[in-house]
Design a protein. Structure first.
Length: 469
């Protein structure tokens, strides 16, 4: 009997060669097949990003679907997750599978499920799939040549579908006019080819094939973007912004021309400003529980309804399907905008930021200053604590029992526990504690008025939480 396979915040992820094996990919695919048969779904789009073994695992999944009479559509190359999600909508296919572990360290791979509306599959359907995953691995061929010959597996250029969608929504020539001042870091991920072809005048970093990602997790946060940061600083005055996407290009991180990191909190604020004041859109603003309160403040300024959700875009998508949502996002850089799919898309949001720069004539640093004038200056940061299971449980128990009453000299004035524990010390200062749903870590999120204050808050929090561990 094999270990139960469970989907986390965004798909199933595991260590390659340990739990992430061809056999377990077959098991998960059989679970999806049974669910699809129950739903009377007859076709699937399958893709993979640039991770180790991506093509092999995607073909293993394709063989399972084909052997069960389900029509398979694939791309011959790697794709981004949003390319799969968009193709589902454009081709009217009900189910998508993307072999990716997104931003996880290179030793991981994963299995994301998408649905025909172009976003994460609903939680109740994921639970069904899990219940259908067999305990053992049946005999299955992973050879797909025969299925290609009989038409059960067909190939389409999914990146062309995405490119056509970009061209119908953006004036790419205008965006290219500022691209020579951009440094793009694909982090060796799936966004590299489409960004290279659209913006050949930009400077491109880490754009070769490297499934080990130089040993760095392809998550666009400062500790993983040292090359991008130093490149901009070393060529000060030559570049006005840097843009980075994660491994499957559904997340975004940015740098201004001074080499200062512009996090997802500020990107969300800039996007909302642009959508309302320039594009004249309206609708609900939806963000995850870990996002800065400043987004809520700006939404209120514009008279827009606002909703918090639990962490994970799967908790946001249902709201986007129910009503008009102008913008949705997570603290980690997964952001969606109106007039696109109900899905995170790091490239799409990056192009919207470029569009904002073109429309305003301002560089990224000037735009961040503008946002600070509207909502007040603030700093946000996150620390990932790699703890043993027992250490993590002790911290969570402290939270559950209400044993945390202050952090350093800061008295807690209110607490929310929608998803994790968020402790407020005042209007502009808070700390959030939450176990990750995709990695074996405990995350600490913090906001304060300055970089020094937020670093001190995180340091005090670690001292308090780990005092007895």
């Amino acid at each position: 009997m094999f270990r139960d396979i469970k989907f986390g915040t965004d798909g199933w992820r595991a260590l390659i060669g340990k739990e992430y094996t061809v056999g377990n990919v077959i098991r998960v695919s059989l679970g999806v097949v049974q669910w699809m048969k129950e739903k009377k779904f007859s076709s699937v789009i399958i893709g993979h990003d640039c991770r180790f073994g991506g093509k092999m695992f995607a073909e293993a999944a394709a063989s399972v679907f084909a052997q069960n009479g389900i029509q398979v559509v694939m791309d011959r190359s790697y794709v981004t997750t949003p390319m799969i999600s968009l193709a589902l909508v454009k081709l009217n296919v009900p189910v998508g599978v993307i072999i990716t572990a997104s931003h996880n360290p290179p030793e991981y791979n994963g299995y994301k499920l998408k649905s025909g509306y172009g976003g994460p599959t609903a939680e109740e359907d994921i639970r069904k799939v899990e219940s259908f995953i067999p305990e053992n691995i049946p005999e299955y061929t992973t050879e797909i040549n025969g299925f290609i010959q009989n038409g059960a597996v067909k190939f389409l250029d999914l990146s062309s579908i995405y490119q056509n969608h970009l061209e119908s929504h953006f004036n790419l020539e205008k965006l290219r006019s500022i691209s020579s001042s951009m440094v793009y870091d694909s982090m060796f991920g799936a966004g590299r080819e489409i960004m290279q072809s659209n913006f050949p005048l930009a400077t491109h970093l880490h754009n070769g094939f490297n499934p080990y990602f130089d040993g760095i997790a392809p998550e666009p946060i400062p500790k993983n973007l040292k090359t991008l940061e130093s490149f901009i600083k070393e060529h000060k005055g030559m570049y006005s912004f840097g843009l980075a996407n994660d491994g499957d290009a559904d997340r975004i991180g940015m740098y201004d021309g001074n080499g200062c990191y512009v996090d997802a909190q500020h990107i969300l604020l800039l996007l909302l400003y642009y959508l309302v004041e320039f594009k004249k859109f309206s609708g609900r603003v939806v963000v995850s529980f870990a996002v800065t309160e400043k987004v809520k403040l700006l939404a209120k300024t514009y008279g827009l309804p606002y909703t918090y959700t639990k962490i994970g875009f799967k908790n946001i998508t249902p709201l986007m399907l129910k009503e008009q949502v102008i913008m949705a996002g997570e603290e980690a850089g997964g952001i969606a905008a109106i007039n696109h799919i109900p899905e995170r898309d790091g490239i799409w949001i990056g192009l919207m930021m470029m569009e904002l720069m073109v429309k305003t004539g301002k560089n990224l640093a000037e735009l961040v200053d503008l946002i600070h004038e509207k909502v007040g200056r603030f700093t946000y940061d996150r620390v990932d604590l790699h703890l043993s299971l027992s250490q993590k449980e002790k911290v969570v128990l402290k939270c559950i029992r209400g044993e945390i009453v202050q952090i350093g000299h800061r008295e807690i004035v209110k607490t929310y526990d929608l998803d994790g524990y968020k402790y407020y010390f005042g209007d502009d200062e808070w700390l959030m504690i939450r176990p990750s749903g995709t990695e074996p870590v405990l995350r600490l999120y913090a906001q304060s008025k300055s970089e020094r204050d937020v670093k001190q808050l995180l340091a005090d929090a670690q001292k308090e939480l780990l005092a007895e561990n």
